[in-house]
Design a protein around this ligand. Sequence first.
Ligand SMILES: NC(=O)c1ccc[n+]([C@@H]2O[C@H](COP(=O)([O-])OP(=O)(O)OC[C@H]3O[C@@H](n4cnc5c(N)ncnc54)[C@H](OP(=O)(O)O)[C@@H]3O)[C@@H](O)[C@H]2O)c1
Length: 271
Amino acid sequence: MFNLKGKAVVVTGAGRGIGTGISRAMAKCGADVVLAGRSAAPLEVMANEVRSLGVRAITVPTDITDPTQIDALVGAALAEFGRIDAWVNNAGSANAADVGPLIDLTSDRFDNVVDLNLKWTFFCAQAAARVMIAQGGGSIINISSRSGSQPNPMTGQYGAAKAGIENLTATMAVEWGHHGIRVNAIAPGLVPTEDSLTTGSMSKPSRVARQIESVPLRRLGTVDDIGAACAFLASDEAGWITGETIQITGGSRIPVGYLTYMHKITEELKG
Ligand SMILES: NC(=O)c1ccc[n+]([C@@H]2O[C@H](COP(=O)([O-])OP(=O)(O)OC[C@H]3O[C@@H](n4cnc5c(N)ncnc54)[C@H](OP(=O)(O)O)[C@@H]3O)[C@@H](O)[C@H]2O)c1
């Protein structure tokens, strides 16, 4: 893995799902970790795991949709570690209550999803950048989704929010690059987590099987697949990468029609 010794990394949504994979990967690479999320108990569990890997960890219960709590998160990270070398904006989701066809979408359900996945994700990045400008650089990583670059029946506003954060990622990279700040996004394909198993495309076993068929590597992602990519982007080895959205999907962004055609050709070639 990459060398993150001496770096301090903030991870939002660190107590569950993909956030656990990100926090674990950062710690395995030697980073000290600031674990943020609304619920305190899962953050404590994660902090114990991270500390067992030989690094320091603090937990900061934070609702990222409250600007005073974002400020408090920054303050706690600086008080403990004196700097923020990387900040991963992982907190996000589309609650089951907000999912449905566009024709029935209400203003409230639109705002719930777009505010969390676009607006407040941006303001977290802005808070991180203000620290990084003062200290002379850093790495911001926004967790987008494969949904950000394709149609999303039943979660249209979620895909639009993720497309928005990918666009802002590129603009942040341009505006803050001369401060030594790199800003990138990671767009995961399907990773079984509490969120993804209760909403949308993995909420029934038959759907999971169909999803796996559409992945050339023939498996769903793991939280550690996404964590490893985040550790890379936080590391000095990624020092000339900024403004990018990296797709981590087992190849499943290849259009399904083309994939079906290619599978047929492959079967024919096998004889
Ligand atoms: N799983 C997938 O297949 C998949 C695919 C593509 C992209 N993603 C993206 O990956 C990220 C993680 O998703 P996941 O599947 O791991 O979801 P998850 O299991 O539901 O975890 C979401 C995390 O975000 C935190 N969170 C939610 N709202 C928050 C808020 N207002 N303030 C602070 N923390 C908040 C949750 O913790 P608390 O509830 O304790 O706050 C939790 O730790 C999301 O950005 C999601 O859009 C996931």
